[in-house]
Design a binder for this molecule. Sequence first.
Ligand SMILES: Cc1cc2nc3c(=O)[nH]c(=O)nc-3n(C[C@H](O)[C@H](O)[C@H](O)COP(=O)(O)O)c2cc1C
Length: 199
Amino acid sequence: MKSNMHLITTAIIILTSIFTLKCQNQNNMEKSEFKKITYKEFDEEAIKLIGHDWMLVTAGKQNDFNMMTAAWGGLGWLWNRPVAYIFVRPQRHTFTFTEREDYFTLTFFEESYRSILMEMGTVSGRDFDKINYEHLTPFVTEYGSIAFSEARIVLECKKLFATTLNPDDFTDISIDKEIYPAKDYHIMYIGEIKNILIK
Ligand SMILES: Cc1cc2nc3c(=O)[nH]c(=O)nc-3n(C[C@H](O)[C@H](O)[C@H](O)COP(=O)(O)O)c2cc1C
């Protein structure tokens, strides 16, 4: 009886160790596929990258995050820092996370991921389990945000500034009429690019 218990305890310890090691390896493997570069080495056309290729905006922590597809935004230089700016409508589930978190990530994918980006841009995390989405493998970034191992580029950003677009500030009011008939003005976030990971 005693030796049986001993055997069972040993088996549980071995199995737990194997599982932990497997998880650690997977996490390391996902991260090690990426190379960290500086903004000076980042050689992409921002307009095409965001406007044509699209991106996922993700905010949150492990097991408590949300992502959505975005095609509006930019990359540039502001306040002596490399920055990314994104626009999130207030009704998006992602908005809860971009508001709550200090960091967000932007992830860019190969063309073969277009349908996945389309799906993440048409369903909401309120109705769909985006956390366990079968086509994307989340990993935790250096600053504790979430990115995806399938991405070809990851930008990890620290929120610096957030503001809701004010309709009074349009110098061309046709944009207001065209884009905001529901008056659901975007929240613009400006984030400092803290990490650039590429494959
Ligand atoms: C190509 C494409 C680009 C999009 N760009 C944006 C964007 O820049 N900002 C935004 O608020 N929504 C954008 N959306 C809409 C959101 O991705 C979409 O409403 C999504 O379902 C929101 O998911 P969520 O509720 O889980 O946050 C875009 C959708 C697509 C398909």
